[in-house]
Structures are given as C-alpha cells and as structure tokens.
Design a binder for this molecule. Structure first.
Ligand code: GLC
Length: 434
C-alpha cells in the first residue's frame, strides 16, 4: 500500500468509496451512434441543431430511477456530463441558449438529477467539456470538430476570439459550483496541445485561471488531470477504456487514480453496439481496479427518452447482486501489502482498518487454493457471500509434497474449497489475519 502524492482536493472519501457512476447524456443520445457523431460524420451545427436540439424530449426521464440503480449497484458517487463536446448544456445556464430549457425538454435537467442522487447519499461530480463545437468563439482547429478539414478555416475563424470562450467556461463553471450545492468532483475533458499552438491546451483554455477559480470556489473539490497543467492542476489520474497493469504512477510517484470504463465502447447511448461487456467482466474490472489501488467510474449512456436501456438495466442488476454480498471487499479496500501474493487467477484486496484480506477467485479451482505468504498468518477464513467457514487444513501432511510445498521462502496456506463454484459471479474468500 504505497503512500500517494498529496492532493490539493479532498480524496479521503474518494479512495474509500471506490465505485462511481459516469453518465454521458446529451443530444447525441438521439442519433444513438456515438457521442462523437457530430465530429465523425462532420455534421454542421445547423443540421445538428435542427434535427436534434429542436426534438430533444426525454419524456421518460426519471433521475430517481437512475439514482436507485446506482445506489443498488453499490456506487457512491456520480459524474454527469453537464456539457459534452457538442456544447449542449443540461442546466439552465445564463450564458448560452444552447441548453435543455430551450429544447422540448423545457427544464433544467441537472437539478433533479443532483437532488435525486444526493437523496440516496451519493456524492456529485460534474463532467464539463473543455471542447465545444457549438460555441461561436471556439477556434476551429484542424484536429477535432465537424469543421476540422473545412477548406477555409480562416474564414470560419474570422471574428472568433478564443479568450471569450475561455471566459465563457469560467462563467459556466461559476454557475455550476455556486448554484447546485456542494459539488465534489469536477471532470474537465480534454486537452490536445500542439507545439505550434494549433491545438488546444493550457494556453487556449486559460487553465491556470480556470483552476484558480475552481479552487477558490470549492477548495476541496477533486479535479481530473486533463487541463494540460503538467505536474499541477489535478488530483487524480484517469486512464480510460483500459485497465492499467498496476497502481498508476506520475513521474515515479504513486497517485490517486480512477479508471473510467464503458459497458459497450462508446460513452453516449449507442443503439447498435454489439460489444457489451458481460456482467462477469464488469465485476472483474471493479475488483481488478481496487486490487491495484484505484477507483472505477463505470459509464452508462441513457436513451434520448431518458431511460437506461435493457442491456444497462441487466448490468446494474448483476452488479447490485454481487455488491449486495461483496461490498465489504471493495469499499474501504485497496491493494494488498506486497508480502501477500495473489494465487493464480485471483486478485487480492485488503482493508487496512479491519486487517482483512479478500481473495477474489476469478477461475474456481478444484478443491485446494494455495496462498503463498499467508501461512501461519490467518486466524479464520470464510466465503464472503454466505459467511460459511472455509477450512484451512487444505492438505494432509503426506499430500503436501504434491503441491502445497513449493519450496518458496514464504509460508504457504492451503484452503479447502467446496468442489462446486458458489453461485455468485466472483466468489470471494475473506481472511481474518491472526
Ligand atoms: C474522451 C472522449 C469522450 C468521453 C471521455 C470520457 O476523452 O472524448 O467522449 O467523454 O473521454 O473519459
């Protein structure tokens, strides 16, 4: 359990809670083929607005149902896209007309969401896109956005002033951090600086000013790492769409980190995507993250009518069933001390307060589970989901030569497991240290 780089923001609750819900919801739920659809298909703003903005009507929106699903899955915080790259705002911002209140939704969609999640004890995070393909002062660059390879970008950029856009961001962030109660996380996304200034990063966002503003308004807020401020300006590292090999480091120092992952590959609702992860894979992902000392922010893309689709409902249900029995092996847990070695096909998590080790068994072995480094250290072992004892006398003395005795310097503990895998997605054995 390494000591991590100190964070300006308050990450104590964060590393305890471990599991959060990411929500990507905007106009892109209507085309339903990736939240980058406007970029991918180079859809001009006029077309995008006319097709989607004028028709966005989430009549089945019920944030209480979303919050119930998240709470039942054991999630303790939510991060919602109040504005994604398309520029559309879920809240009633005074600084733009491109917002939910001016669409057929006709209301501030953020406020009831914040209220519903808070009512269930979840903390609130806001994702705010630095990129904005809709704002009239966002400089059109050659890298991203629907007009990136427009034959005459110079003409498009005539009259645009990126500084006005940077101020717009500060004004909107001020609204968000002053009108919606205590916000715990702010998730800026993202920078793509280029040496010749043609991209977007610290200079173009005026990141230093933005960062100072955020810290002044909410000193303890947790910030992600995408403002392009190098060693400063962030609390957490945020690898996305992959599982890092071990605890995440920055320049050799372990840091607080959070993996963000999707169900199917895209973040916004994608109707035809066939690459959805199985419930078992998702549980593996959660365990693997905590076993490496990180948090998991798992994403859902609600539909344009405001619901989680049946595939998502199925995943939330499975996660909830698993977490009902196993939250204790996730919350308050972290990477196990180096002296404990994870057996083949297993991950270890560790609660330093209760001093319990959790062995998450990804592939159920036949009868014997060998634990190097734990011989003589465990007072009691049980299956976590039903609290049933696991006998620690794994092998008879004469059998030891056939596997228990590896000749390794650490002492080995062998557990005798039931032959049949228990009926849970990933069985966990709870070890009480002596
Ligand atoms: C990316 C994508 C985006 C998504 C985000 C989540 O940077 O641009 O669509 O919101 O990652 O981490």
């Amino acid at each position: 359990m390494p000591t991590t780089r100190p964070t300006p923001g308050d990450t104590a609750w964060f590393v305890h809670d471990r599991f959060g819900l990411f929500i990507h919801w905007g106009l892109y739920a209507m085309p339903a083929r990736h939240e980058w659809v406007q970029h991918n298909e180079k859809i001009p703003n006029e077309t995008y607005d006319q097709k989607f903005f004028t028709r966005f009507d989430p009549d089945l929106y019920d944030p209480a149902a979303w919050a119930d699903a998240a709470a039942a899955a054991g999630m303790k915080y939510v991060v919602v896209t109040v504005k994604h790259h398309e520029g559309f705002c879920l809240w009633d911002s005074a600084h733009t007309d491109f917002k939910a209140t001016n669409s057929p939704a006709k209301c501030d969609l953020l406020r009831p969401l914040v209220d519903a999640f808070r009512a269930r004890g979840l903390r609130i995070g806001l994702y705010y896109s630095l990129i904005d393909w809709h704002h009239p002062h966002f400089i059109v660059d050659p890298y991203i956005g629907p007009c990136r390879d427009h034959p005459d970008r110079a003409v498009l950029n005539r009259g645009r002033d990126q500084r006005i856009y940077a101020k717009y961001m500060r004004d909107q962030v001020t609204e968000l951090l002053t009108q919606y109660g205590d916000i715990d996380i702010l998730w800026f996304d993202f920078s793509y600086p280029k040496e010749d200034g043609s991209g977007k990063g610290r200079a173009q966002w005026e990141s230093d000013e933005l960062y100072a503003l955020v810290r002044r308004l909410r000193p303890g807020i947790i910030l992600d790492d995408r403002l392009d401020m190098g060693d400063e300006g962030w609390d957490i590292k945020t690898p996305e769409q992959f599982q890092p090999r071990g605890w995440v480091h920055h320049k050799g120092t372990p840091v607080v980190w959070e993996a963000c992952q999707t169900f199917g590959g895209s973040w916004g609702y994608h109707r035809d995507e066939a690459s959805w992860k199985s419930p078992e894979q998702l549980v593996h992902m959660l365990i693997d993250t905590v076993a490496k000392g990180g948090n998991l922010l798992l994403n859902v893309g609600p539909t344009a009518r405001g619901e989680f689709d049946p595939r998502a409902v199925d995943r939330f249900g499975a996660l909830g069933r698993w977490m009902h029995h196993h939250a204790r092996a996730i919350r308050g847990c972290t990477q196990a001390p180096d002296e404990f070695v994870a057996p083949t096909d297993c991950r270890l998590t560790w609660n330093p307060v209760t001093r319990r080790v959790y062995v998450h068994v990804f592939a159920w072995p036949f009868q014997i589970l060998w634990l190097d480094g734990l011989g003589g250290k465990v007072a009691y072992a049980q299956l976590l989901h039903d609290g049933s004892e696991i006998e620690m006398k794994g092998l008879e003395d004469w059998q030891h030569a056939f596997g228990g005795d590896t000749g390794a310097p650490q002492k080995t503990l062998s557990l005798r497991l039931p032959v049949r895998k228990p009926d849970v997605l990933v069985p966990v054995i709870e070890l009480f240290l002596a």
